[in-house]
Design a protein around this ligand. Structure first.
Ligand code: AMP
Length: 249
């Protein structure tokens, strides 16, 4: 079984990102970048499938500028066999990413495509669903458990108040939720080995995909500062303030 994993380069989850002064986007200058955490879970799941003998090959694909090769190399160090960068400049919207990934799917014909449920920079939660629609594949989103058998995969999904399990025919699109697994760290020898694994580069033009943006970003601004709190001297004062100032009781 061939598995394609989509990995996105985003600001490291531990970094506090600030908007640019002109509000035209996030200021990523000198910011530490990393694989989107949900994509790390996708890579880990693919590696576990290979270790279990279910997957035969793992291809890590990222869409972006040359710098995203760093995240592909990390996926290779974690256990992917080869990488594909789809070279594209600037901030791409999920539909453009999904179209580019669809072109890679057409080329590679994977049995399973695993994506993160969401990228932590723009919180879109759209790419996997759009790719499933474009490729006309079944989709299991927010997966917290996978079980493969007889050309099908059972995907357990966390929904309000419980767990739902759906059975998908392959090829299928799966998007990962937080509890699917706990990703491993790449070992130093594997980081070294990853440098020699194959990484192909295609451009959007080579794939014949129009990536023109359909939205205009109006503004990015920081959340409003929280007002400072106050200390009250007694319960009576607290009740009085809740009643007469906040008017919540
Ligand atoms: P989003 O729809 O932006 O929240 O992203 C959901 C998932 O789509 C991510 O976790 C990735 O698996 C995939 N994805 C989004 N953008 C890219 C990208 N530029 N390159 C590769 N995969 C991506």
């Amino acid at each position: 079984m061939k598995v394609l994993v989509a990995v996105k380069r985003v600001a490291d989850a531990n970094v506090k990102v600030r908007p640019k002064a002109d509000g035209s986007g996030a200021d990523l200058n000198n910011v530490k970048m990393a694989i989107n955490p949900f994509c790390e879970i996708a890579v880990e799941e693919a590696v576990r499938l290979k270790e279990a003998g279910t997957a035969t090959e793992i291809i890590a694909v990222s869409v972006g500028e040359k710098s995203c090769q760093e995240q592909i190399r990390t996926a290779l160090a974690l256990g992917a066999d080869r990488g594909i960068q789809v070279e594209a400049e600037g901030e791409l919207q999920p539909l453009a990413i999904a179209k580019l990934l669809k072109a890679v799917v057409d080329k590679e014909q994977p049995d399973v495509i695993i994506l993160g449920k969401q990228s932590i920079d723009n919180d879109n939660n759209q790419t996997g669903q759009m790719l499933a629609a474009l490729a006309n594949f079944s989709q299991g989103t927010f997966a917290s458990e996978l079980a493969f058998s007889d050309g099908k995969v059972n995907v357990t999904r966390e929904i309000d108040g419980g767990l739902q399990t759906v059975s998908l025919n392959l090829p299928a699109i799966i998007t990962t939720d937080l509890r699917l697994n706990e990703p491993r760290y790449a070992s130093l020898p594997n980081i070294m080995k990853a440098k020699r694994k194959p990484l192909d580069v295609f451009t959007a033009e080579e794939l014949g995909i129009d990536i023109t943006s359909r939205l205009t970003l109006v503004k990015v601004e920081p959340p409003a500062e929280r007002a400072a709190g106050i200390k009250v001297e007694s319960v009576a004062e607290l009740v009085d303030k809740l009643k007469n100032e906040a008017k919540v009781i």
